[in-house]
Design a protein around this ligand. Structure first.
Ligand code: ADP
Ligand code: ADP
Length: 217
């Protein structure tokens, strides 16, 4: 069977990561988050991590060529043979075109693009209450709290708040999204791949809508 590539679209804080992780698990696909990949590089102090950090801390996008090269390398690994759930990529029209080319080379194409829609004011609250586990699991102090405050449910590690989840940086990230990423809504709608999902619902209801959207595709 041809591999299945799903692109999760939506502003920062929409719930892409939360949903992408579950979706990938249910569909037996790999979850590829460019944010997580950059953060891993940062933790391991690689050259790529050092470069990316300058952009991430300011809430700017890492340049397209660097980002595309990283994704190309990730998708070429054997665990992506069946496909992947892409989270946080593409984020610019140039990245979307590069992804189309990359998948075409693999004899594949984007299958469906769930677009999780959430208004800006909700995003700020979501991101300022986001608690991260070093493993990449995502919690929210109010909407998805861990069993014990600041402790990961699964491996007991200490949760932290992302440096770029400060309100000033969040506001800038939303602007960057509106300017550079939101054109992808039309890009994928024109290709007939976009499915809009109301991201203001509870995590469980978003999961239900997302599952339906992917099954129908
Ligand atoms: P993204 O990957 O799109 O930036 P996340 O999945 O990291 O978004 O979610 C942002 C924050 O909002 C997290 O703290 C997460 O627990 C919380 N969250 C995700 N989905 C919902 C939802 N449907 N309702 C309330 N909070 C949510
Ligand atoms: P969020 O979950 O809030 O949407 P991410 O974890 O996806 O944020 O991304 C964090 C940061 O990593 C971004 O603000 C940006 O600096 C960088 N980044 C992630 N993905 C990309 C991408 N596709 N292109 C450029 N920069 C990216």
């Amino acid at each position: 069977m041809a591999p299945t590539f799903i692109v999760m679209l939506g502003p920062p804080g929409a719930g892409k990561g939360t949903q992408a992780k579950q979706l990938a698990q249910r569909m037996n696909l790999v979850h590829v988050s460019t944010g997580d990949l950059f953060r891993d590089n940062l933790k391991n102090e690689t050259e790529l991590g050092v470069l990316a950090q300058q952009y991430m801390n300011k809430g700017e996008l890492v340049p397209d060529d660097v980002t595309v090269r990283m994704v190309e390398e990730r998708l070429s690994r054997p665990d992506c043979e069946e496909g992947a759930v892409l989270d946080g990529f593409p984020r610019t029209p140039a990245q979307a075109e590069a992804l189309d080319d990359l998948l075409a080379e693999m004899g594949s194409a984007v299958k469906v693009v769930p677009y999780i829609k959430v208004p800006d004011d909700v995003l700020v609250e979501r991101l300022s209450g986001r608690w991260m586990s070093p493993s990449g699991r995502v919690y929210h102090e109010k909407y998805n709290p861990p069993k014990v405050k600041w402790i990961d449910d699964i491996d007991g590690s200490q949760l932290y708040q992302r440096e770029d989840d400060k309100p000033e940086t969040v506001r800038h990230r939303i602007e960057v999204y509106n300017e550079q990423t939101s054109p992808l809504i039309a890009y994928y709608r024109d290709k007939g791949l976009l499915v809009e999902i109301d991201g203001t619902q509870s995590i469980e209801l978003v999961t239900e809508d997302l599952t339906k959207a992917v099954e129908e595709a």
